[in-house]
Design a protein around this ligand. Sequence first.
Ligand SMILES: [Zn+2]
Ligand SMILES: [Zn+2]
Ligand SMILES: [Zn+2]
Length: 473
Amino acid sequence: MSEQSEQQTREPFRIVAFSRRSGFSEGLSAIASTRQYADFQEFAEHSEPGAQLAFVVDLESLPEPLDLIRTIRRHPQWRMQLVWTRGDAGAEIRALADGAFEAVENPSERALTSSARLESAHGGQPFRSQDDVLLAMLWSHSHMSLQPVRDWTAPELYRYPLLDVLLEDDTSEFWLRGLKQRRLVEGQDLVDRVRLCPGCRHGHLSFVDVCPECDSLDIRTEPGLHCFSCGHVGPQRLFQDNGMLSCPNCHATLRHIGEDYDRPLENHVCGSCQHMFMDGRVLARCMACGQAHDPDALEPLGIYRYRLSEAGRLVARTGDVGDLYGVFDDINYVSPEHFEFFCDWSLKLRQRHDEIRFGLILLHLNGLARVIDTLGHGPGAALVDSLAERVKALVRATDLVTRTADDRIWLLLPQTSATGVDVLAGRLSQLLEDSVDGTPLDRLGHVYHESSMGMSEAEDAAAVMARLVSRSQ
Ligand SMILES: [Zn+2]
Ligand SMILES: [Zn+2]
Ligand SMILES: [Zn+2]
């Protein structure tokens, strides 16, 4: 049977069972044709490339089921396959696998959905980065999320096992921070909140009470006395003088409690400076870098279970579309630094010469990912190409173009009146609408613009550009 006709037969996928119990796979063969292996090595020797598989791991009979599941998730060929488990799964296994096999209502349907999503993931392009792999995995495994696992050896006290196995560079803490900053993932449930050392972002902290006067650790509880004649407060033992009580500060003899002295509320004494106090100062000492911090200065960090955000799902399906914007780099392109420099220069020139007018236009192509998602990568790229050609026709030889943060394209229009900027911005906006004509989408992006007439004396280029960016968000 050829590979193609095999895929079209009744059995859409095969099950690979890992177990050391004889007959483990028998119960599974009603669902799909099943092969049983004792370990990954044995499977790897017999596996056929290109086969559509789902794994079922018998947690009870294998010596190191976690290692096996990690091996699958790290394996470039098999990591995207479904991994179901049978038996008691610990937190770490649950974070890496697709859940208990018993809980899956329709395994073959689930396997089909997953492989269909996987095929279309990343716009059908090969994965180039750890982000591509992770996003495609979360997208094609509908029941998977980034699950934190408590771990006292982890810098932030929690770890994400899925990030750990897929990690290629950075550390997983950095990776997760990047995913959050780019809003590719979003918190689903808050699991815990930890506090980190602001110096090194470790969560291993030791809290100690110290003397509020001299920060000494040597503090203890001791009865104290309060002298009425001078107000001195100190440990009782320093008032004792040959069976009498006298104040070590003013030397007054203290005879009657309530008249000459009383017991103060302060009952802690510092062994170094003898200061008496009610509550010690609390310091958080970092066991990683040794710094001591006020507890209020620690950085709180919410530990969440994360799932793909709307933006993350879009990137998972279409792939990173940043490279498509490169076609705009043909149009009078200058680097963002030079662009800002020329913009600053024009602003300064305007202060000396009243007749100087210029304009700034921001094209925000935020609809591109959706275009790729709707039309596919090839037609989407062609659409961007033809848009770039039409923008080129509108831009004068003296206008400057730059590109920041992938989907933002900037135009600097020297010697252009406020009306001139309005007109060009209007044409570009029309272009963004026309370019998606005949598709179900309404526009490819938005245009924001400003004439130098509206910029204040005090502003520099960075401030003006930041203002346009904030309008585009
Ligand atoms: Zn002290
Ligand atoms: Zn006194
Ligand atoms: Zn530290």
